[in-house]
Every structure is written in structure tokens, then in C-alpha cells.
Design a protein around this ligand. Sequence first.
Ligand SMILES: Nc1ncnc2c1ncn2[C@@H]1O[C@H](COP(=O)(O)OP(=O)(O)OP(=O)(O)O)[C@@H](O)[C@H]1O
Length: 273
Amino acid sequence: MVSTERNIESDKLTEKSLVEYHNICKSFGDVEILRGVDLQVQPGEKVAIIGPSGSGKTTLARMLMTLEKPTSGTIKINGEHLWHEEIDGKLIPASEKHFRKMRGDIGMVFQQYNLFPHMTILQNVMEAQICVLRREKKEARDRAIEMLTKVGLENKLEAYPANLSGGQQQRVAIARALVMKPKIMLFDEVTAALDPELVGEVLQVIREIAKEEDMAMLLITHEMEFARQIADRIIFMADGVIVEQGTPNQIFLHPKHERTIEFLQRFRASSFF
Ligand SMILES: Nc1ncnc2c1ncn2[C@@H]1O[C@H](COP(=O)(O)OP(=O)(O)OP(=O)(O)O)[C@@H](O)[C@H]1O
């Protein structure tokens, strides 16, 4: 019994992280936005990042999408540097070719859905499969239909984005990212631009995906109840650092740090949570 426990512990320690941020700093001009962030995400893990506006959550996610360059620090995906290439033991800035290869592991859904307005829903979900993954048209179509069915839009395949509600468009954006089979999906405030009555349907789709799919997820959200239900781990960020992290119960029921307690109290006072 003891030896089994010890094995499980050592397995956890040796398990390779899917994503590793190491001592990440980011400044915009003179303003330091991220101040030495260390964060690991394990394969399949669902991690929610919460925290006050301006604490650096989106910047952290954008770095994983190679949209924002760290001022210092490193990020690895599957043990391989994202922003650098290792040549003869030296780290040099990554080439566009390296970025393209690495981006294949990462999917992202933003507040803005950015669907192609001139394409049908089905074409929107097929496009990157054909252009980026070089899938055959028939396979891309079959997979797009399967994914659009999963997000409840099997009756809208031939519709255009302009004819869908915001919630439906966001579900297309989710299907479009999912169909690429990334190892990690980033969801950055995906309901922030939606009318309140449309928020529930999008969160429900994400909840179902989290249950069914074994990809890792990094969710930035102000929806605390949603974060509590969906995440294996909650990270509370403030002023560019990770202040506290733990299971949903640890963070929401027994927060330890003054900043976390204050944030959650303010949050409860302004909502039904
Ligand atoms: N390109 C940029 N140039 C200058 N400042 C920026 C840039 N991008 C972000 N910032 C600033 O960095 C800070 C952190 O922004 P970020 O969007 O990462 O925070 P956040 O925690 O995601 O906030 P929110 O919850 O409001 O989305 C903010 O003060 C923002 O104004």
C-alpha cells in the first residue's frame, strides 16, 4: 500500500507537463504587466484563471497563441520551447516555421468570434482543416458536421454567420477550434460580449466538451460558478502574479490570501454567486 502510494506520487512528479510557463515577465513600455509567472498545465487538465481586470490573464493566454511575446522567461509545450528554437544547445528566437508547427497544438476561442462572413457555418469549420491540416474535403466536411452537431448547430450548416445569434456564432467558433484537435484549448472570456440570455448555452457547450474531450483547457473567466464546476484547478491572479491556486473548493471555500478573499467578497457582493 505504502509503496503504491509512493509510486503514484513519483508518477505525478515525473509526469511531463503539456504547458510550462517559466518566470514569465511582460512589460508594455515602462509598465510591468506580468512579474515572474510560473505555471504548468498537465495533459487533459482543466485550469481556470480568475482575477481582477488588468491582472494580466489575457496577456498570459495570448503568449501561448504567439500573439504576445514575453519580455523574459520561457514557455514550453510538450517539453519544446515555444518562443525559441534550440540550436547547438543555444536558444535563439523562433522562426515563423517553428511557430506554425507549435501552433498546431493550441486552439483558442476569444470574446470576438471572427467567423468568415462570406462563408456558411459548415465552410467556416472546414476551412482551416483543408488549408492548414491538408485534410481531404470529404473528411473535413464529415468532421465539421460531427463537431457542429456536438455544439447543437446541426440544423444551421448552410446558414451564414450574420443569420445566427451571438451565442450560436460563439458555438461555431468553438467547433472551429475543436475540430483541429488541439492538445490545449484556451477560452478567453468567451461569454463577455454576449447578451446575458445567451451566456448559458455557450457555457453549457463548454461544460460538455470539458467532460467528453481529453484535451487540456485554460479558461479565463469572470463566471465564478462556471469555473467552480468545470475546473480541476483554479488560479487567482492579481497585479501580474499568481497569488494563489488550488482546487475549486480550496479557492472558493477556503481562500488563504487576503487578495483572494477580498476579490471573492467583492464578487459575491456584486452577483448572486
Ligand atoms: N498591447 C498592449 N499595450 C499596452 N498595454 C497593454 C497591451 N495589452 C494589454 N495591456 C495592458 O496590460 C494590462 C493587463 O491586461 P490583460 O488584458 O492581460 O488583463 P486581464 O487580466 O485579462 O484583464 P480583463 O479581465 O479586463 O480582460 C492592462 O492594464 C492592459 O491595459
